[in-house]
Design a protein around this ligand. Structure first.
Ligand code: KIV
Ligand code: ZN
Length: 388
């Protein structure tokens, strides 16, 4: 069976960088672009060129230094934005201009104070204008998640006619339910003339914690590009997490779909973003969190020690984590104490383990976690010494 490729559009450096306090300087952006490129993503949205001279310079340098990936710059449906984006992208091997406009009632009425016809006019004009500079033009229909499907279809049909190569259907406010978003993409596939001339892109926000679920629903409906960020960075509750989409496709959809991302680089890339943006990763973050492969309860630890797959659906090495962690806490059992003791050079007999465990559990009740150095003290207090 032929598998479909799902293109990964990384917007860590644009939508991800919009997080308050996470702004990157030019050198940091260029360095992260190289890390993101090494993952094997298909598109790097490097920034919003007209927003600041720093962003302009970063996009220009990334265009010169990252040669094998499409480099994309965001614009509004404004000629000046598009002129500046084209200038910033002029050295890119594969430049893409990402232009668009709001299409929901709320955006049309309150943000643009205009009419639906005028929105279509501006969308078409911006697409045609961007086409003068580059072949690859992506159009975003901002707040598509809350937009009327019939109007959205009309906009999308017109921008495809104007030359858009990719049509982005953002759930800008993270409002959609997965079934609703899937139906929206289905609706476009069934109601937009020449929809097959463009790639449908899903761009989901996480306000209700459904960004990843919505992106996966979009793939099922026919979207073939997912816009996402490492660690799910992004304004408010963030964007679809790149690492989640990549691993869902790899673990649960691999008979039908694939991405070009090298999953073994995910952990390192996630750490590079976290460090550069000074934004710690929550410990229970799927795939890349510090506890994603950590086990602390006795029942789970016993299972994992006997056979890793009893409590893990991903081999940590697949995402660049060296091994699962057995973390000693007051919920740990004997198997875990013996396992950690062995790992630091203490092979325990049954009697020794009984002795060590009764002392361990008292200490564990006082501590959040019993570290290796605490375990050494517990063992040596019982006259148990290293054997290897
Ligand atoms: O969320 C959104 O709608 C966006 C667009 C600018 C693509 O980020
Ligand atoms: Zn967004």
């Amino acid at each position: 069976m032929n598998k479909d490729r799902v293109y990964i559009f990384d917007t860590t450096l644009r939508d991800g960088e919009q997080v308050p306090g996470c702004k990157l300087n030019v050198d940091e952006k260029v360095r992260l672009a190289k890390v993101i490129d090494s993952l094997g993503v298909d598109v790097i949205e490097a920034g919003f060129p007209i927003s600041s001279p720093g962003d302009f310079d970063a996009i220009k340098r990334i265009s010169k230094e990252v040669r094998s990936t499409t480099i994309c710059g965001l614009t509004r449906s404004i000629q000046k934005d598009i002129d500046v984006a084209a200038e910033a992208l002029k050295y890119a091997n594969f430049p893409r201009i990402h232009t668009g406009i709001g299409v929901s009632e709320s955006h049309i009425k309150y943000k643009f104070k205009t009419t639906k016809d005028k929105i279509i006019e501006r969308a078409v004009a911006a697409t045609k204008y961007a086409k003068k500079y580059v072949e690859d033009v992506e159009f975003y229909a901002e707040d598509a998640g809350r937009a009327d499907n019939a109007f959205l279809a009309k906009v999308i049909e017109e921008v495809i006619k104007a030359g858009a190569t990719v049509v982005n259907i953002p759930d800008t406010t993270g409002y959609c339910m997965p079934s609703e978003y899937q139906e929206k993409i289905n609706y476009l596939i069934n109601n937009v003339k020449h929809i097959d001339r463009a790639i449908i892109s899903a761009h989901c926000h996480n306000d209700l914690g459904m960004a990843t679920a919505n992106s996966i629903a979009a793939i099922k409906a026919g979207a073939r590009q997912i816009e996402c960020t490492l660690n799910g960075m992004g304004e408010r509750a963030g964007n679809t997490a790149l690492e989640e989409v990549v691993m869902i496709i790899k673990k649960r959809m691999k008979n039908q779909y694939f991405t070009n991302v090298d999953s073994t680089r995910l952990k390192a890339a996630s750490e590079a973003v976290s460090e550069a943006m000074a934004m710690p990763i929550q410990a229970n973050k799927a795939i890349v969190g510090g506890n994603a492969f950590g086990h602390s309860s006795g029942i789970h630890q016993d299972g994992v020690i006997k056979h890793r797959e009893t409590y893990e659906i991903i081999d940590p090495k697949e995402v660049g984590v060296s091994e699962s962690r057995i973390i000693l806490t007051a919920r740990s059992g004997r198997a875990a104490v013996a396992y950690r003791a062995r790992a630091i050079g203490y092979e325990l007999t049954k009697d020794n383990l009984d002795l060590a465990y009764s002392s361990f559990i008292k200490v564990a009740d006082e501590l959040k976690e019993v570290k290796d150095e605490d375990l050494v003290k517990i063992l040596e207090r019982q006259n148990i010494f290293q054997t290897v």
